[in-house]
Design a protein around this ligand. Structure first.
Ligand SMILES: *Cc1c(COP(=O)(O)O)cnc(C)c1O
Ligand code: SF4
Length: 338
């Protein structure tokens, strides 16, 4: 067939990422088999995934070394026994976000910017995530509160930036996102749109022509903050997809969570920053772990954190050193740790 209409081509392209998303691995036994791991890990994986299931796209699993239980990408997705250990310092809502939540789906915690939770879904379930206990079914944007949220944005002229978060906002369809961004664009005091997502790492195909279009509305500067934790998560497919965003003048930033057993070495973080820069992304934040129930095994002592960060600063030019921050309940901005 030669005369395939463009519209149809675009449609096929955007549905490809949805197909890949639907084919993600959710069965712990399948994951262990694919990665040639000890099947003795199965019982713990099943128990630890009862409340927060295993979810990993195949592209992500392809980047994991077979037979290596300590692979830094595997640690982010495999449910393990340590998650079941109770620890009273790790809570279900460590950030007490319920307090800054005027409308379900909208967090207005920091001056000038609001965060919209547009979906509870993600392309991957990261074991360290605070999302594992978040009551998304009640607290996200939906048909009922959509207009109320748009009105809130329109009536608060101090709001200059809208941040789409989740879950992962890019799990939503381009149709929905385009509609939402059109509403946001029509509000004159909103100057910036920021998307926080991990999805392009798993599925570079998510960067569709439609996405570039809704990210490039006039009068609205767009920023995409990727959440890459390890250099092994980045490959040529991602680099190529990012080129399209760079060509459309979309600012690319990265945010990393500092995780024991994943990226708790200055050399790894330095390699990550160098690689990010090569891909056209600037390092933005290095977050310490939110103390969420079931994630204590990813945490580091304050002493270990400063040691890593000191070493990192000796390895990089200042513009490649991400800001080390922590989220404190009730604070007016993310707290810098020095
Ligand atoms: C992190 C965060 C923001 C954005 O903070 P920046 O420092 O601008 O990146 C906004 N709202 C909430 C609720 C956040 O957690
Ligand atoms: S919100 Fe981010 S860190 Fe949490 S599971 Fe989703 S992609 Fe992973």
């Amino acid at each position: 067939m030669t005369n395939v209409p463009i519209v149809q081509l675009n449609y096929e392209k955007s549905s490809r990422w949805q197909t890949l998303l639907a084919q993600a691995i959710t069965n712990p036994l399948e994951l262990l088999k694919i990665l040639e791991l000890d099947e003795n890990l199965l019982l713990a994986a099943k128990l630890a995934s009862r409340d927060f299931k295993l979810l990993a796209p195949r592209n992500y699993v392809d980047k994991i070394k077979k037979g290596d239980f300590h692979d830094p990408l595997l640690r982010q997705i495999l449910p393990i026994a340590e998650e079941l250990i109770e620890n009273n310092d790790y809570l279900k809502d460590p950030l007490q976000e319920a307090l800054t939540n005027p409308i379900p789906g909208l967090l207005h915690k920091y001056q000038g910017r609001v965060l919209l939770t547009i979906t509870g879904a993600c392309s991957i379930n990261c074991r360290y995530c605070f999302r594992r206990h978040f009551p998304y079914s009640e607290n996200r944007m939906n048909k009922t509160n959509f207009d109320q949220i748009i009105n809130y944005l329109a009536q608060n002229s101090s709001i200059h930036e809208v941040i789409l978060s989740g879950g992962d906002p890019l799990v939503a369809t381009d149709n929905y996102l385009a509609k939402l961004v059109d509403k946001i664009t029509s509000i004159a005091h909103i100057r910036r749109l920021r998307i926080h997502s991990r999805l392009p790492i798993m599925l570079p195909d998510r960067i569709t022509p439609e996405m570039i279009a809704w990210l490039s509305r006039p009068n609205l500067k767009s920023i995409l903050v990727l959440h890459i934790n390890h250099p092994n998560e980045m490959d040529e497919h991602l680099a190529m997809a990012l080129q399209k965003l760079i060509a459309a003048k979309i600012t690319l930033l990265n945010q990393t969570v500092l995780l024991k057993g994943v990226n708790d070495q200055a050399a790894v973080l330095a390699e990550l920053s160098e690689k990010l820069f090569n891909y056209g992304i600037l390092p933005y934040y290095l977050h310490t772990l939110d103390k969420t129930a079931g994630t204590a095994h990813f945490d580091l002592t304050p002493e270990a954190i400063s040691k890593i960060y000191d070493a990192l600063q000796t390895l990089l030019p200042g513009y490649l050193v991400p800001k080390l921050v922590r989220e404190k309940a009730g604070a007016k901005y993310k707290t810098l740790i020095i």
